[in-house]
Design a protein around this ligand. Structure first.
Ligand SMILES: NC(=O)c1ccc[n+]([C@@H]2O[C@H](COP(=O)([O-])OP(=O)(O)OC[C@H]3O[C@@H](n4cnc5c(N)ncnc54)[C@H](OP(=O)(O)O)[C@@H]3O)[C@@H](O)[C@H]2O)c1
Length: 308
């Protein structure tokens, strides 16, 4: 298996967001087994530290607790990472979450946070780390950015409005960056997982989807193998598992039929009492919806908080 090349003597560095759980944790393990140094980002410090300790038997690994909803903190955090560990050769923008509520049930703050964590944060991290990755390319290495999106960004299922919109923005950003920077030697990929058995769905109340989830989902390790496999077999877009590509074919030939079929199914999968979206009740002082930035911490809970 070819390994990513880095400057002589030092093993290459991978920055993985959302490494405290699920797909990101499994990705970090695979990268460490390839001998890559890893910087692990998420809010939950303890799981990150445990993982960093475990990975140290393969290659040096550092926990970097950070709330990616605090998008203004990202540039400074990235500068700290580069100064302590050097430029990244691989960036896996994997952290993400969904609230699983219909659009009008999301408060403006919840909507904004979904956009921040799922789109603005990975874009800010890219802004901060890409110049160093371009330096690595100039030095003869092959840097690779992998953005973890979602199949839902292609179809807009029930309860995914802000989340899927943010992931769609991430898809388009990746494609644009590939246009702009692949000639300079940086590779870009978007991974589109379908259903993966992680705590991701813990935030939603989807009785029927949870049944389907248990039946049809893949393990985080399977998803991670596909994602890390992109380093050996680079491609711009990867559906996980691969048979989900059929959706692209159906959308190309029958976009309206495909949309109606998927959206009808996703409404059925959703919580019975939520299938017709409740109206969003704006507070008296908020009769016009104004999206404002959130403070660093909000209603979204970290894995550590949930475990308490
Ligand atoms: N599971 C699926 O079926 C599925 C399907 C499609 C796409 N995806 C995508 O796959 C990616 C990984 O999700 P997963 O399935 O592995 O879910 P997960 O187990 O819930 O992991 C999500 C990761 O993101 C981190 N995260 C969430 N909010 C964060 C924040 N504000 N700041 C920093 N880190 C944050 C979490 O850590 P903390 O809580 O510690 O911060 C955790 O490490 C996500 O982008 C998700 O959208 C998953």
């Amino acid at each position: 298996m070819p390994e990513p090349r880095a400057s002589a003597g030092i093993s290459p560095l991978a920055v993985v967001t959302g490494a405290s759980s699920g797909i990101g944790e499994a990705v970090a393990r695979l990268l460490a087994r390839r001998g890559m140094r890893t910087v692990l980002i998420a809010r939950s410090a303890e799981p990150l530290r445990r993982l960093a300790k475990e990975l140290a038997s393969f290659a040096p690994s550092a926990a970097f607790p950070l709330d990616l909803a605090d998008v203004d903190a990202i540039e400074t955090a990235a500068a700290e990472i580069v100064s302590a560990h050097g430029n990244a050769l691989v960036l896996i923008n994997n952290a993400g979450y969904n609230d699983f509520k219909p659009f009008l049930s999301l408060s403006p703050a919840e909507h904004e946070r979904l956009l921040d964590v799922n789109y603005v944060a990975p874009a800010r991290l890219l802004r901060a780390l890409l110049p160093g990755m371009l330096d690595q390319a100039r030095a003869g290495a092959t840097p690779h950015v992998i953005n973890v999106s979602s199949m839902s960004s292609k179809v807009g299922p029930w309860g995914h409005a802000a989340y899927a919109a943010a992931k769609s923005a991430l898809n388009t950003l990746t494609h644009a960056l590939d246009t702009e920077y692949s000639p300079a030697g940086v590779r870009f990929s978007v991974a589109y997982p379908g259903l993966v058995r992680t705590p991701f769905f813990d935030r939603g109340e989807y009785p029927r989807l949870l049944d389907k989830f248990r039946r049809d989902s893949i393990s985080p390790e399977q998803a991670a193998r596909a994602i890390v496999g992109l380093l050996d077999h680079p491609r711009l877009d990867l559906c996980i598992p691969g048979h989900y590509r059929l959706l692209d074919v159906l959308r190309a030939f029958a976009p309206t039929w495909t949309h109606r079929t998927v959206s009808r199914k996703s409404r059925l999968d959703a919580t019975p009492h939520e299938t017709s979206p409740p109206a969003y009740q704006a507070p008296a002082s908020d009769d016009r919806v104004v999206f404002t930035r959130l403070p660093a911490r909000g209603p979204q809970t970290s894995r550590a908080d949930r475990e308490r």
